[in-house]
Design a binder for this molecule. Structure first.
Ligand SMILES: NC(=O)c1ccc[n+]([C@@H]2O[C@H](COP(=O)([O-])OP(=O)(O)OC[C@H]3O[C@@H](n4cnc5c(N)ncnc54)[C@H](OP(=O)(O)O)[C@@H]3O)[C@@H](O)[C@H]2O)c1
Length: 351
C-alpha cells in the first residue's frame, strides 16, 4: 500500500470504459491516496460524472490541457489516444501508466507486471507500459516455472473473453447471442464473425510485413498472438525465448483462459511445479488432478488460477508440462496491474 502521508492528483484517461471503470473501482477498494480524481474521456461522455469516494467527479474532455497539475495518469483510451496525449501529460510532469499497446515495445519504456519485474520501473522516463491482458496473467506463472526448470519452449492457446475488446465487445456478444436464439440476423461489427455460440481464431490484425523489426518474425500470426510472444520475452528478459501462440475469441463475458505447454531445460515434475506455484504471489493452484478453474469463477477476483498441471507427453520424458491458466482480464490483465504499478512507483519514491 502506498505511503498515506502524501496524496495525488490522478487522471483516468478512458474513465468511462471497461478498464477505466475497473481502475476507479480498484483505486477505491485499495484506498489509493487521491486528492483529486480527474476522469477523462471523449466528447461522447461530457455531461456525465464518475462516483468515487462518495463524490461525483465530472468527466472532462481528454485533451492536452487536461493534464495540468496531474501527478499520475492511468491511461486506457486506446493506442491512438495514448500516442497523441501521453507525451503531453509527461511533458507537464505526470507519470503515465499506459494500458494500451502503443508504448509496450518502445526500448525506453519499461513493460511491467507487478510482482514480476518491478525492478524495471527504476529506469522509467515518464511512461510505464502495462502488457496485453493475455500476457499479464501468464507472467507470474512463467517466471516461477523458469526459476524451477528453465523455460525452453512454450506453446500457448488463448481463449479470450469479449470484454477484452471493451464495452462494444460485451454489447456484440449479447446482440449476437440474442439474434441466434431468435433466429434473426445480426451483422458483426466488433468481431470478424458472429460471436454468439461461436469462437473466432482472429484477434487484432493479421501481420504481413516480414521486414518489420518487431513483428516481422510473426508474419501470418495475428498481432494479438505476436504481442503475447514479444511482450513475454521483454518482461522476462528472455529475448531468445522460443514461444508461439494462437489467440481465440470465445463467447465468454469476462475472463481469459490459456492452455499452455512448456518444455524445460531441466526435469520438472508436476508436483514440483505445484509446489513452486503454491509459493508464487498472486497465483492460486488447483492441486487435485480433477480440479480446475473456469473464467466465470475467476471473474471479479484478483488471482491467476492455475490447474490441470500434468506431463506434456509431446516433450522428452520429465521435461515438459501442460497447464490451464485463468484470470479476470479486466483486473489482473489491466486495471489491477496498473494500480499496483502506481503503488510501487510511490513506494519506490519514483513519483
Ligand atoms: N479490456 C481489456 O481486457 C483490456 C486489457 C488490457 C488492455 N486494454 C486496453 O485498454 C484500452 C481500453 O480498453 P477498454 O476495454 O476499457 O475499452 P472501452 O470499454 O471501449 O473504453 C474505451 C475508453 O476510451 C475512451 N475513448 C475512446 N476514444 C477516445 C478519444 N478519441 N478521446 C478520448 N477518450 C476516448 C472512451 O470514452 P467514451 O466513453 O467517451 O467513448 C472510453 O472511456 C484499449 O487500448 C485496450 O487495448 C484492454
Amino acid at each position: 500500500m502506498p505511503n498515506p502521508t502524501k496524496s495525488y492528483t490522478v487522471a483516468i484517461l478512458g474513465a468511462t470504459g471497461l478498464v477505466g471503470g475497473k481502475i476507479i473501482e480498484i483505486l477505491q477498494e485499495r484506498a489509493f491516496p487521491i486528492t483529486e480524481l480527474r476522469p477523462l474521456a471523449s466528447e461522447r461522455s461530457l455531461g456525465s460524472s464518475i462516483m468515487f469516494n462518495q463524490k461525483a467527479w465530472p468527466v472532462q474532455l481528454a485533451e492536452q490541457q487536461a493534464f495540468e497539475g496531474v501527478d499520475i495518469v492511468l491511461a486506457s483510451a486506446g493506442a491512438m489516444v495514448s500516442q497523441s496525449l501521453v507525451p503531453c501529460a509527461v511533458k507537464q510532469g505526470a507519470i503515465v501508466i499506459d494500458n494500451t499497446s502503443f508504448y509496450r515495445m518502445h526500448a525506453d519504456v519499461p513493460l511491467v507486471v507487478a510482482g514480476v519485474n518491478d525492478a524495471d520501473l527504476a529506469g522509467h522516463k515518464g511512461i510505464i507500459a502495462n502488457p496485453n491482458c493475455s500476457t499479464a496473467q501468464l507472467m507470474p506463472v512463467l517466471k516461477s516455472l523458469h526459476a524451477l526448470g528453465g523455460l525452453k519452449r512454450i506453446v500457448v492457446s488463448t481463449y479470450q473473453s469479449v470484454s477484452g475488446a471493451g464495452k462494444k465487445g460485451l454489447d456484440e456478444l449479447r446482440a449476437s447471442t440474442q439474434a441466434h436464439l431468435n433466429s434473426t440476423v445480426h451483422t458483426p461489427c466488433t468481431f470478424q464473425r458472429p460471436i454468439g455460440f461461436n469462437l473466432i481464431p482472429h484477434i487484432d490484425q493479421f501481420l504481413s510485413d516480414p521486414d518489420d523489426p518487431i513483428w516481422g518474425e510473426a508474419c501470418g500470426y495475428t498481432k494479438e498472438e505476436a504481442k503475447l510472444i514479444v511482450e513475454t520475452r521483454k518482461i522476462l528478459h528472455l529475448p531468445q525465448l522460443a514461444i508461439s501462440a494462437t489467440a481465440v475469441r470465445v463467447p465468454v463475458q469476462v475472463g481469459h483462459s490459456e492452455s499452455v505447454a512448456i518444455e524445460f531445460e531441466r526435469p520438472v515434475s508436476p508436483q514440483s511445479a505445484i509446489d513452486a506455484l503454491r509459493h508464487t504471489p498472486d497465483v492460486v493452484v488447483a492441486e487435485a488432478t480433477n480440479d480446475y478453474h473456469t473464467p466465470l469463477e475467476g471473474q471479479d477476483t484478483d488471482p491467476v488460477y492455475v490447474s490441470r498441471i500434468r506431463p506434456d507427453l509431446a516433450a522428452p520424458a520429465g521435461m515438459g508440462l501442460c497447464l490451464w491458466v485463468v484470470s479476470d482480464n479486466l483486473r489482473i490483465g489491466a486495471a489491477l496491474n496498473a494500480v499496483r504499478l502506481a503503488e510501487s512507483l510511490i513506494n519506490l519514491g519514483l513519483v
